[in-house]
Write a protein that binds this ligand. Sequence first.
Ligand SMILES: O=c1ccn([C@@H]2O[C@H](COP(=O)(O)O)[C@@H](O)[C@H]2O)c(=O)[nH]1
Length: 239
Amino acid sequence: MQDSNIHDPKILIALDFADRQEALALVARLDPASCRLKVGKEMFTLFGPEFVRSLVDAGFDVFLDLKFHDIPNTVAKAVAAAAELGVWMVNVHASGGPRMMQAAKAALQPYGDKAPLLIAVTVLTSMTGEELHQVGVLRSPAEQVLTLARLTRDAGLDGVVCSAQEASLLKAELGPDFKLVTPGIRPAGSEAGDQRRIMTPEQALAAGSDYLVIGRPITQADDPAAVLAQINRGLAAAG
Ligand SMILES: O=c1ccn([C@@H]2O[C@H](COP(=O)(O)O)[C@@H](O)[C@H]2O)c(=O)[nH]1
């Protein structure tokens, strides 16, 4: 079956590896038409900007998932540095507040249509309502996600990171163009691990997720490329 997402791959593979060669061996088996790549704190800290540039140079759209959270000036400079790497998407924490998000947005203005998409993390998909309470947030995860997503939209950003469990609510409240990037994706039968607010790829797509972040279910599989192809087929059939 032809992959119907070929011009806009929905799956962002989370490259969370301690070993660069292991990551590159996986990347060598992937096609930029079938997936995008996400580089997070582990690989960026180990291998730095050169690693990110090598993926961009290999033709992949790269989501630099460093979740910047700092004072407005620092976050603005960090986001501009990400733009210099040629990444497709970069993120900040929405809980940094509107002034920080506006500063990040303004820092990307000089890049025009070459600017990466700028999104904000709402509530981590590993967190439950009880854990939110423990850090002093008395709303439910869905209420807190919606509050932070509204702030993000009003600050002019392109979308949010949330769980697919909140996707239908956010699409209804914030409209179809506001991008929803959803980690915590678990194909039926796979281990949840530390994730808590999870959905299958097909459920996430049906709920309104624009991009599905998938790490371990693909990267730790015996045949990651086959698992990716299977998930893409499932999405094409569902969509
Ligand atoms: O709320 C969030 C934000 C980011 N992530 C990141 O996504 C991947 C998920 O990997 P899995 O192996 O599929 O669990 C990972 O890099 C996280 O840092 C998230 O999970 N939740």
